[in-house]
Design a protein around this ligand. Structure first.
Ligand code: 1GP
Length: 242
């Protein structure tokens, strides 16, 4: 089964975001074990800015202690590791920065071609969450205003028509306000490909709401860094949504 087959199979999924810079080896191992026990669907690994050169080591630990696919969620082209299983090949379609739309992808393409990584073409959309986030600053793009549903819908539709296989609605890590249920509902209803939603989702209830609104995959980072014991609750909340 390809990774994309997992994305499109029925049922809601949870992705645990691991920023390789932040946790110790022991914390990564703990996250891996708890995620395995909770039947987490994916690990997303990456960050807007990595400074510790810990990417390979982080993936090695995750793979040693869990049989969960590891998908790179890169902040830039230096975040390619052949130890992972897949790669979210992001194009920042909510922005108008040519480097983020196609420039970085041109640089990454030959490395991805050489690798065995499954490349997942993803239309990445930043949604305004109330204040600037690392990703809006680092990408030098403006997010889509969170009440402009028409812009978000048309952007997602264009991404799908351009051949992208996934759309990712991103409020930004640690966002004050996650993407609203209304926005998730509107966007998911206008596309026929899986919708990933993340940024600022702090409780299992909120994660379930997001899945109910139409997210195929809910991404949780900060909340689990703070309290990994919530992993089971988050996973159960998302998986319980029909
Ligand atoms: C960020 O969507 C992810 O890219 C997760 O965000 O860390 O706020 O959960 P949080």
């Amino acid at each position: 089964m390809s990774l994309y087959d997992i994305f499109i199979k029925p049922g809601k999924k949870i992705a645990v975001l691991v920023d390789p810079d932040k946790p110790t080896d022991e914390q990564i191992e703990r996250t891996a074990r708890l995620s395995q026990e909770a039947s987490v669907d994916f690990f997303f690994v990456g960050g807007s800015l990595l400074t510790n050169d810990n990417l390979d080591n982080c993936i090695k630990i995750l793979k040693k202690h869990a049989q969960i696919p590891v998908i790179l969620f890169p902040g830039n082209t230096s975040q390619i590791s052949y130890k992972a299983d897949g790669f979210l090949f992001l194009s920042l379609i909510s922005g108008r920065n040519a480097e983020m739309l196609i420039g970085r992808q041109v640089i990454a393409a030959p490395y991805l071609k050489l690798s065995k990584l499954e490349t997942l073409p993803t239309g990445y959309m930043l949604i305004d969450s109330g204040k600037p986030t690392s990703v809006s600053y680092m990408s030098n793009t403006l997010p889509i205003p969170n009440d402009k549903f028409d812009i978000a819908i048309c952007t997602a539709m264009a991404g799908e028509m351009l051949g992208m296989k996934l759309i990712f609605l991103e409020a930004g890590s640690g966002a004050t306000n996650p993407v609203s249920d209304e926005m998730v509902k509107m966007v998911s209803g206008s596309i026929g490909i899986p919708l990933i939603v993340g940024g600022g989702i702090r409780t299992p209830e909120r994660a379930a709401q997001c899945a109910k609104a139409g997210a195929s995959v809910v991404v949780i980072g900060n909340a689990l860094e703070k309290d990994p014991d919530l992993l089971r609750e988050f996973a159960d909340a998302v998986h319980s949504v029909v």
